[in-house]
Design a protein around this ligand. Structure first.
Ligand code: HEM
Length: 367
């Protein structure tokens, strides 16, 4: 006799297949005018919701690990793997729109009227995902001047409000970056060294523009003025009080200290200890990219299905969705770190004693 503490289980009951496969009720059948494509419409949305559930499950786990006062270093690697999983799911979510698009606008019209006022706008899990990642209410595009959560019943609205007031993944990563110990390391002051390197790099670029005989005087002037703008950009971002002003004006989100840490990680990512943090930051940017791609693809699909018709949820349809694609970036400041990068050849050389701290124990011992 088996001594196992658990009973055997059948595929069907483990996965509750009957429950899932009996959850497709066609409104068109209820009304008595069967519309063939409504099955695809329902299943596609349901599959999305299942994947949203998995994505949110992963985000919650990462957020939980990063809520610790000191993040266990092992958990940074685990977060990278989980973010990688989210990215793979998001790629599927983008591809899946192709399946939806096998339904033509005319097929959609066979049952669209029966859906009113249901809309993807009412997807609670999609909102959870946005909020947990870090999309703040004041950065959202609204329609009809109403907050996005007005479409939910009280319990769901409260859940979203609670989520809004807890730390998002963006906030937790920002805290983690702010705690980075590398920015002022005894003899090495990163900001001072970096600013020096930027000044030298820009001076070289200026000299190259002035000395070239390929450009006309007019285009030289134009390029010099653009270089001036870059200079101002570097200066503003690197100046703590200016940086804070930009945050107040809503032009930046990531704190000064966290921006410096993210920059440091990007610049010195070849140092072994920074590999995993670099991957973490890259994955966040990738997630932002994929959500944006999904928003654009969905908006394009809506344009194709509805043209200029308004949505069943009452928005302007394509126009509203295209605006969310342009505006609802969550990790934009992590993207912008690329603006601050300088070539490896211009990088300030790290003092040897410091560099050893960025290697693995074994290589430091043998250095
Ligand atoms: C024929 C297919 C589809 C059409 C015509 C369509 C149309 C729309 C429209 C017009 C909106 C704007 C809100 C409104 O006024 O209703 C919207 C929002 C939304 N839809 Fe779809 N949709 C389709 C498929 C899907 C699918 C397969 C999903 C997957 C879950 C989805 C998820 C969403 C989400 C999450 C929003 C809210 C976006 C935001 O506010 O940022 N939609 N949809």
């Amino acid at each position: 006799m088996s001594s196992s503490k658990y009973s055997s289980i059948h595929y069907n009951s483990y996965l509750q297949i009957d429950k899932i496969t009996s959850a497709q009720t066609l409104r068109s059948d209820e009304v008595g005018t069967h519309a063939h494509d409504e099955m695809l419409f329902i299943i596609t949305h349901q599959v999305y919701e299942l994947w949203f559930k998995q994505i949110n499950f992963e985000i919650k786990a990462i957020a939980n690990d990063f809520s610790a006062q000191t993040v266990n270093e092992k958990n940074v690697g685990i977060a990278v793997a989980r973010l990688g999983r989210i990215i793979e799911i998001m790629k599927l979510l983008i591809q899946q729109l192709g399946v939806m698009e096998t339904m033509t606008p005319l097929d959609f019209l066979d049952f669209r009227n029966y859906l009113f006022p249901a809309s993807g706008f009412q997807s609670f899990q999609f909102r959870e995902m946005e909020v947990m990642l870090g999309l703040k209410e004041n950065r959202r595009t609204t329609y009809n001047d109403k907050p996005y959560h007005c479409v939910f019943a009280t319990d769901k609205k409260e859940k979203l409000e609670n989520l809004e007031s807890s730390k998002s993944l963006f906030d937790l990563i920002e805290d983690w970056l702010e705690r980075t110990p590398f920015l002022d390391f005894g003899e090495f002051n990163f900001v001072a060294e970096y600013q020096n390197a930027v000044t030298n790099m820009l001076a070289r670029e200026q000299e190259a523009i002035l000395n070239t005989d390929i450009l006309s005087a007019e285009s030289k002037q134009m390029r010099l003025s653009m270089l001036g703008d870059t200079n101002t950009y570097f200066a503003n971002i690197m100046n703590e009080s200016k940086h804070n002003e930009l945050i107040k004006e809503g032009k930046l989100q990531l704190s000064y200290k966290a921006t410096l840490a993210a920059l440091f990680i990007h610049l010195y990512r070849d140092e072994p200890i920074l590999h995993v943090p670099f991957q973490l930051l890259s994955k966040l940017v990738e997630i932002d990219d994929h959500i944006t791609t999904w928003r654009y693809r969905h908006a394009q699909m809506v344009m194709r299905m509805l043209g200029k018709k308004i949505g069943t949820g009452g928005s302007s349809g394509h126009e509203y969705l295209a605006m969310t694609a342009a505006k609802h970036h969550i990790f934009a400041d992590f993207h912008n770190v690329s603006t601050l990068l300088i070539p490896r050849s211009d990088l300030p050389v790290l003092p040897e004693s410091f560099r050893r701290n960025l290697g693995f124990y074994f290589s430091a011992m043998n250095a």
